[in-house]
Write a protein that binds this ligand. Structure first.
Ligand SMILES: [Zn+2]
Length: 209
C-alpha cells in the first residue's frame, strides 16, 4: 500500500467526518420545515422545540420541547468513520482491509439510520397527534447525509479495488529472479546446487543434464 493511496483515503474520511457538521435531516410538518439536525446533533442527542417553530408558542413552553437521545445508527456510522481513519495510521498489513470494513459498516449504518429516524418521527407524530391535529411529520435528508453516504461508499470501493488489484502487480515484483532465469538445479549425483550455465558439477564432476 503506497503512502499516496493512504493519503487519499484519509482525506475522504476526514471529509466524511466533517460532513457530520452539515445538515443531515430536516423534519417538516405539513410541508413546513420544523427543525434541521446535523449528523452530530443525532450522534449526541439534544432538544428541539416543535411548538415554537410551528408558531404554537402560546400553548405553553413546558410541554412543547422534546428531547431525543443519540441515534444508534448515526452514532455507529460516526464511530466507524473515526476507526476507519485511525487504522490508516497503523503500520500493520491488515490496516487497509480493516479500514475498508469500517467504511462498509459506516455505509450500512448510514442507510439503516433512515429507518430509525423515519420510524421515530412517525411515532412522535402520533404522540403529538392532538397538538398537531393529525398532520404528519416528514423527514427529508440533506446534503450532509448524502455526502456521508457517498464518502463511505467511495472509501470502501477505493480500498477494496486497491486490495483486489494488488496481487496482480505483486506477482512479478515478489519473484524477480525467476522471470528470465531457469529455476535452481541440483547435481543428480551429490545433490550440490549447480551454477546456471555450468555443464559439470563443481563438487563431484558429474555431467549435468
Ligand atoms: Zn555433484
Amino acid at each position: 500500500m503506497s503512502g499516496s493511496k493512504k493519503t487519499i483515503i484519509r482525506v475522504i474520511l476526514i471529509i466524511v467526518l466533517v460532513c457530520f457538521f452539515l445538515p443531515f435531516v430536516t423534519v417538516s410538518c405539513s410541508g413546513k420545515p420544523v427543525e434541521t439536525f446535523s449528523g452530530l446533533n443525532l450522534v449526541f442527542g439534544g432538544k428541539y422545540h416543535i411548538a415554537d417553530n410551528l408558531g404554537l408558542g402560546d400553548m405553553g413552553s413546558s410541554g412543547t420541547s422534546s428531547g431525543y437521545g443519540p441515534q444508534f445508527f448515526v452514532l455507529l456510522a460516526f464511530l466507524a468513520g473515526i476507526v476507519a481513519l485511525a487504522v490508516t495510521f497503523m503500520k500493520k498489513g491488515k490496516s487497509l482491509l480493516l479500514s475498508g470494513v469500517m467504511a462498509v459498516l459506516g455505509l450500512i449504518s448510514t442507510i439503516l439510520s433512515t429507518i430509525n429516524i423515519s420510524g421515530q418521527s412517525k411515532s412522535e407524530s402520533s404522540e403529538l397527534g392532538s397538538v398537531l391535529s393529525g398532520s404528519l411529520l416528514q423527514v427529508r435528508y440533506n446534503i450532509g447525509f448524502y455526502l456521508i453516504l457517498l464518502g463511505f461508499a467511495g472509501t470502501a470501493a477505493y480500498i477494496f479495488y486497491s486490495i483486489y488489484s494488488k496481487p496482480v502487480t505483486n506477482i512479478r515484483a515478489d519473484n524477480p529472479v525467476y522471470i528470465n532465469q531457469d529455476p535452481p538445479r541440483f547435481c543428480s549425483n551429490c545433490g550440490s546446487s549447480v551454477t546456471p550455465g555450468n555443464d559439470f558439477c563443481v563438487n563431484c564432476g558429474q555431467k549435468i543434464e
